[in-house]
Design a protein around this ligand. Structure first.
Ligand SMILES: *Cc1c(COP(=O)(O)O)cnc(C)c1O
Length: 413
């Protein structure tokens, strides 16, 4: 396949509505997540089929010319667009309140595309210092290789954010809640800062999902997601997406169409189906996480518990303002440092020890001995990884069983 001509600009996916009709503006997010659908084929299938095809056929030379000239919306090649991918994008745009989007093979591909397509040599980016590990590497190691400078700022130091702005600053990047420390950044404040200095505000909304928090309401220009987490929610596929203002997504689309991080139709089909159950799953995730957080607060082996909707959380008020619920992750510090953290993991009988989160199955991890094990203790502390920090992704199991497993392992330390 030759590269398409550079004038193809097909980033926007208008809301599809083939699943039996959407009633209009008043339609709730919940209904959109379920009802936005690729129009049915002649078979009148109820569930969208899988369009597992690399390319799309044309009837004649004129039709093919028109598609390449962007005079029609026809699909050309699945690196550019595909009905399953478009359906997933249309749903995510509706949920985030975004004009356009582009779906990627992983969450990191979405973060990558959102930075590398919009920043160039000589530009400057300000990022929260507490971001996902690979994002941290992208900002501190890879952007500088291409002459893009980065300043990292502590999430809660508002003065430092303001001071970090330079004439060549182009983008603000942040995550809220952060992984794994669950810090909350004030989106309203970040939106105002970006507007004041005319910067692109790019928010990783993975930990909240659009059903708990919509950054674009506060002035975000772009929202990125790892769809691998709660959006799939069943630990099956990797995926990512960036949604936002049409003019920015157009740039991202052109970059991705030529560099190739596109989401596969199969994964898009899985993820689009997953969105239909996101609301009910999230309700249970959040309910289980909050109940677990409260139970952990009373355990003598635990020195502190962090959960956005616990009153003891340092940014509880902000969390309440911008989130509908506290999300599915709970963090706590087990007394006794690294050794106790390892003992706790080894003592678990039901919870899984695995690198994922946002799964139906509850997951426990100990960042100090795993994801952040290569850092010195000092470096770990500077990014908020205390020796006994445990991160729990509350699954959908019966909460009594989750608490019982965690409690028996804590008791045995
Ligand atoms: C997992 C994760 C990512 C990366 O997503 P992948 O799908 O694993 O590439 C980015 N941001 C956050 C907050 C994450 O938790």
């Amino acid at each position: 396949m030759n590269e398409g001509k550079e004038n193809i600009t097909k980033p926007t996916v208008p809301p599809l509505g083939g699943g039996g009709g959407l009633s209009g503006k008043e339609t709730s997010l919940l209904t959109k997540a379920i009802r936005i659908q690729t129009p049915a084929s002649q078979q009148m299938e109820h569930s969208t089929p899988l369009f597992l095809t690399s390319s799309f056929r044309f009837e004649d030379a004129e039709e093919m010319r028109a598609a390449f000239a962007d005079e029609t919306d026809d699909n050309i090649y699945s690196r550019f667009s595909n009905p399953n991918v478009d359906e997933f994008i249309a749903k995510m745009c509706a949920l985030e309140g975004a004009e356009a989007g582009f779906a990627t093979a992983t969450g990191m591909a979405a973060v990558f595309a959102s930075m590398f397509s919009l920043l160039k040599q000589g530009d400057h980016i300000i990022s929260s210092s507490s971001v996902f590990g690979s994002t941290y590497a992208m900002v501190t190691k890879f952007l500088p290789r291409f002459g893009i400078e980065a300043t990292l700022v502590a999430a809660d130091d508002k003065e430092a954010w303001e001071k970090a702005v330079r004439p060549n600053t182009k983008m603000i990047y942040l995550e809220t809640p952060t992984n794994p420390q669950l810090e909350i950044l004030d989106l309203e404040w970040a939106g105002q800062l970006a507007k004041k200095h005319n910067l692109i505000l790019n928010v990783d909304n993975c930990f909240a999902t659009p059903l708990l928090q919509q950054p674009m309401q506060y002035g975000a220009d772009l929202v990125v997601h790892s769809a691998t987490k709660w959006i799939d929610g069943q630990g099956r596929v990797l995926g990512g997406i960036v949604v936002g203002k049409a003019e920015l997504i157009k740039e991202i689309y052109l970059f991705c169409r030529n560099t190739g991080p596109s989401l596969s139709p199969f994964n898009a089909w899985v993820l689009s189906k997953s969105l239909e159950t996101l609301d009910v799953r999230l309700q249970r995730h959040c309910e289980n996480a909050l109940t677990l957080a409260k139970a952990l607060e009373t355990h003598p082996q635990v020195s502190w518990v962090k959960y956005p909707f616990l009153e003891s959380h340092p940014q509880y008020e902000i969390a309440k303002k911008q989130m509908k619920a506290g999300g599915g992750i709970v963090c706590f510090e087990v007394k006794g440092g690294i050794e106790s953290g390892r003992k706790f993991l080894n003592g678990l009988k039901m919870l899984s020890m695995t690198a994922n989160l946002g799964d139906t199955r509850s997951i426990a991890s100990h960042p100090a001995s795993t994801t952040h094990g290569r850092l010195s203790e000092q470096e770990r502390l500077s990014v908020g990884i205390t020796p006994g920090l445990i991160r729990i992704s509350a699954g959908l199991e019966y909460i009594g069983d989750i608490i019982a497993d965690i409690t028996q392992s804590l008791d045995a330390i």
